[in-house]
Design a protein around this ligand. Structure first.
Ligand SMILES: Nc1ncnc2c1ncn2[C@@H]1O[C@H](COP(=O)(O)OP(=O)(O)OP(=O)(O)O)[C@@H](O)[C@H]1O
Length: 471
């Protein structure tokens, strides 16, 4: 082959090589990770634009120079020296965080240099910090929800030794460990909610939420969205992001539907579906959500009468009435009145840090009253009396008038005329003393209003056992 031909061929080969090298450089320049390549003498031969973007090191300041001169902390020389790759080295340059993988470049079994591949993790790190923040917030909210939806009472908190309440407690304990839904009936204030909580606490679901809804407190449409929740945009005025219904919140636990007799017929049929299917469909949503809940319904109404009047679905009543726990009114609970009164007084004393106690006649009056508002009324009466009492001894003077009138009128028929006169006289004195302080001046004013002397008032107070009479 002529020399000119050889030159021509070598020239063509050189062109191909140059073109190939340029191709490779363009490819390396376009890679979205930063690249730095050193030769076996640790001299930097190449960095791509992404390396400059991430580290801030310009091409002309590093290429052609020994790496550790420009970047004294560099580890790549060790990798080239040892021939052992190293991955995931974390670095930070100002605001930019990145991770470096390093590997030796091997040619024919010999280390010919090394490459660092630099990945910008600033955004990933920022996002993961945000995820952590949201996770912490979600955990805080979860704890708040758990706190808000938990039962505060168990059977040991229920005061009362009377036969009727003990019978109710035995029945409640028995049904608590089962799986069936429960209907609690009883007059207002007899403790239906507190029993529902105790049943939940005793059940296998005690670690799950206890959710209570008073069906009478909301309009029919609100009850529906409270119970079932809704999807975003389900109706005009729907909350952004939708709303989780109480059934869903109660998943794994118990839901108390208090005053169930107040539900509209439309909601009653939806409730019946939930009880049968154990699934709900949110307002505005096509699919169903399966539920693991126990329903306790409570009412002070006679649901059977409501069925007759067409105001309560008979199939819902049958479905609910499988286990019916009936709570007795307080007037049928004998000695429980005194025990409950003591309990509420102790609670109030602790709340205000004052050691209140009852004078003996108070128990008789509390016992004689018929408590239409049951335990809730008793609790309120005790709080009223403690508020009226300036010292620590609560006497009949501190009780609300309705109790005294009632106790007088209830005992009247079995008494003689003389007894009834005495009782009326006693009542008039109590009324006159009400509102006066315990000083002699207070009694003088009461005596004046009654048209008797101070001495007569003292005599009668002593005779009728009205506290403060012997000062
Ligand atoms: N056995 C009990 N021991 C102590 N406190 C009780 C007992 N039963 C009821 N209470 C208290 O009496 C009040 C009324 O109880 P609860 O709200 O459970 O009654 P309810 O029957 O659900 O009333 P309503 O029908 O009006 O909803 C509450 O303050 C409750 O803590």
């Amino acid at each position: 082959m002529a020399i000119s031909d050889k030159h021509e061929k070598l020239g063509a080969l050189f062109d191909v090589l140059q073109e190939t090298q340029s191709w490779f450089l363009h490819i390396l320049d376009s890679i979205y990770d930063g690249l730095l390549i050193c030769d076996a003498d640790f001299v930097v031969r190449y960095i791509n634009p992404e390396y400059t973007r991430i580290t801030g090191v310009a091409y002309e300041t590093i290429v052609g120079r020994e790496l550790s001169e420009v970047r004294p902390g560099a580890i790549l020389p060790q990798v080239i020296f040892s021939g052992v790759p190293l991955a995931g080295v974390y670095r930070r340059e100002g605001e930019t965080e990145y991770v470096v993988d390093m590997a030796p470049i091997m040619i024919d079994g010999q280390v010919a240099g090394g490459i660092s591949i630099v990945k910008d993790v600033t955004e990933v790190h920022r996002l993961s910090q945000q995820v952590n923040k949201f996770e912490k917030k979600a955990n805080r909210l979860k704890k708040m929800v758990e706190h808000a939806y938990r039962a505060r009472y168990s059977f040991k908190d229920l005061i009362g030794q009377s036969g009727s309440i003990q019978k109710a407690v035995q029945f409640a304990k028995k049904v608590a460990v089962g799986v069936s839904d429960i209907l609690i009936t009883g007059e207002s204030g007899t403790g239906k909610e507190i029993f529902a909580q105790a049943i939940h606490s005793e059940s296998k679901r005690s670690h799950g939420p206890f959710v209570a809804l008073n069906c009478a407190s909301l309009t029919s449409s609100l009850v529906e969205s409270e119970l079932f929740g809704y999807e975003e945009g389900a109706f005009t005025g729907a909350r952004k992001g939708g709303k989780t219904g109480l059934f869903e919140i109660a998943d794994g636990g118990t839901i108390l539907l208090d005053e169930i007799g107040e539900l509209s017929l439309e909601i009653q049929s939806k409730l019946l579906r939930v009880l049968q299917e154990r699934a709900i469909r949110k307002v505005g949503e096509a699919g169903e959500v399966e539920l693991d809940i126990r329903v306790i319904a409570a009412t002070n109404r006679n649901l059977a009468d409501m069925v007759k009047e067409g105001r309560f679905r008979h199939d819902l009543l049958y479905r609910l009435n499988v286990l019916n726990l009936h709570l007795p009114p307080l007037r049928e609970r004998g000695g429980d009145v005194a025990a409950l009164a003591d309990h509420f007084l102790t609670q109030f004393s602790q709340k205000v840090s004052r050691p209140f106690r009852f004078s003996p006649e108070v128990y008789g009056i509390l016992q004689a009253y018929n408590w239409p508002g049951n335990i809730r009324e008793l609790r309120n009466v005790i709080e009223f009396a403690a508020n009226m009492c300036e010292e620590n001894l609560i006497t009949q003077l501190h009780l609300p008038p309705v109790l005294l009138v009632e106790s007088t009128s209830q005992t009247a028929p079995s008494k003689t005329l003389a007894d009834m006169v005495c009782e009326t006289e006693r009542q008039l004195i109590i009324n006159a003393l009400r509102g006066e302080d315990s000083s002699v001046e207070g009694k003088r004013k009461a005596a004046k209003r009654l048209g008797v002397s101070l001495a007569t008032l003292y005599n009668k107070m002593n005779r009728f056992g009205i506290a403060g009479g012997s000062d």
